[in-house]
Design a protein around this ligand. Sequence first.
Ligand code: RB5
Length: 149
Amino acid sequence: MSEGKNIIPIASDHGGFLMKQFLIKKLEESGYTVKDFGTYSEESVDYPDFIHPLAKAVNDGVYERGIIMCGSGNGAQITANKYLHVRAGLCWNREQAKLTRQHNDANIISLPGRFVPFDEAWEMVKIFLNTPFEGGRHVRRVEKISKLL
Ligand code: RB5
């Protein structure tokens, strides 16, 4: 089922569109194959329409890790985290990108397309794609996330 580590799915609404295009270029220049789930212009759209398909594919194991964004990163992250096997971390800087992999085993990074420089977003993506989960005490914590009361 898995399309492998080197295919990276990416999705945004209009608020994240320009950042998405920038990241696609950087990813492809770095040798990744990108699966673009849209949106495909700056025309106003509803972020769940583009985030749901990506989040479902990650949830189903088609892709190991994905990248999403909207204007703030919040709507995209909230949508993706509706899926049981998705752990989407909202990241504003490199340290958060590292921690959401090391501590949360995040399989999706959510970025604020209107609030961080694109170069900084690319640094965060590289860290997100290359940082392993730390395991240890964090395994127990991550397992507890889906144990609802
Ligand atoms: C769109 O204007 C904006 O609401 C959206 O990109 C996102 O920030 C929502 O959380």
